[in-house]
Design a protein around this ligand. Sequence first.
Ligand code: ARG
Length: 547
Amino acid sequence: MEYETQYAEAILPHVEHVLEMEEIQALIEHPKHDGQGDLAFPCFVLARHFRTSPKEIAECLADSIHSPLFEQVVADGPYVNGFLNKAAVSGQLLQRIQQEKSHYGTQTWGEGKTITLDFSSPNIAKPFSMGHLRSTVIGNAMANIVEKCGYTPVKINHVGDWGTQFGKLMVAYMRWGSEEQVQRNTIKKLLDLYVLFHEKAEAEPHLEEEARQWFRKLEQGEEEAARLWRWFRYESLQEFSKIYDLLGIAFDTYQGEAFYNDQMKGMAQLIQEKGLLETSEGAEVVDLSEHQLPACLIRKSDGATLYATRDLAAAIYRHQQYGFDQSYYIVGDEQRLHFQQLFLVLEKMGYDWAKGMVHIPFGFILQNGKKMSTRKGKVILLEEVIQEAIDLAQRSIEEKNPELGPKEETARMVGVGAIIFHDLKHERQHNIEFQLENMLRFEGTTGPYIQYTHARACSILRKAGYQPSSVEQGLTDAPSWNVIKKLAAFPSVIERSYHQSEPSVLAKYLIHLSQSFNKYYGQVRIQTEDEELTARLALVHAVAIVL
Ligand code: ARG
């Protein structure tokens, strides 16, 4: 239980006829100055009710509150300040973290409920962009966060595996490609072919028509077109999964846009049956003017269905398949309108569950203040970026720490961790600057700094031959208390990052925890044989667990 709750419980019996438990909890503050204790309860509301001064109420309350958790409860002007009993609180907390280990901070309110998360979702034959990297990293962090809150996450990679680009690709492949090249370096090669197609088509416009024909063949299920599509898709997914392995991310399903092909007719029909389908300039749309939004395009005049149609089908399918409580889409801000339209159409169709759908947008990745480009010739391949980070990490290890254990494995963890953490520590709606050297620093607010802190904690435990045992005694000195307070906040940090869909809340917390631990390490001699040794080591252990 959180200390705020316990403080509120101690206050409740004295104000029961006036305030409810939740109201008390909402009023509790955290004083800024150490001398004012750990928790403060302001008495203004009560004063209004009793028509006396808040100061008088505070004095009266302070005298009546008795709780073993607090060593002192004193009136300070209009506030009742509670000073936690450091020894008792820290002892209990360290004992608890030691017992719960990685379950510490786990919440229960999501139990029995499912959240689907649609993230990463790159397009085949188009670049795996920096935007896809952000979606991948933020999406996976959100999956971990909701799981920590008790939900069952379903991680969905809604691959962009359908569309006119496949017609272009087929034409380019048959004219200028080779099987062996594609197999060796699929994403790069398909991308080259795609770019080449656009270059050539400028001078030879008939190529565009040819591409349209090939896409039509694909839509009609023609054998050669279907075979090529399957092959491009297979090889691309093989290569995407190398990136995901590197990042340590796994999906529950890769059912992408093409998966919904056979549901497209039925989808348009269903919308029509509900009386929502209108014709506009030859196309079929759902009008959203009452929401001041452009109409949602369901079927083009040539009969082709669209991105939105597939997403409608996908949402309905996912609800049937997983019975989700919430459904997240971790997709860049530029698709805001698309998701607004999608959710509104589902609501108009009468699906109550559409209320659980959430677009979780994020900003751009910039380089030198400019959007990292994926246009012709300037394509940035994610795998190369990750590899560069790993190489830089390896170089820095060789310079600074040549004796370090398995160097390659460590370089991989540091390089990848740096990229992931750099993304997560920024509020997701902000644009972020991508600068590998900065992300890889071992000091400052970086992933490697947190990894380094964790490694330091583990090495202290190793050298001490530490074995977890029961913590009889708490810690009361200032540097320890600083760490303890942060450790105690972890469950509420998980809660906040869930409610705000904001991994940065957690990332920033980890930086602060690391900083206070490193300060502790600088000020306290951990390995001194005295009666607090067990508690000190338990603290180091608790930090390692939470990090
Ligand atoms: N493939 C899309 C893109 O790269 C992202 C898909 C996001 N998910 C969805 N269900 N629309 O822009």
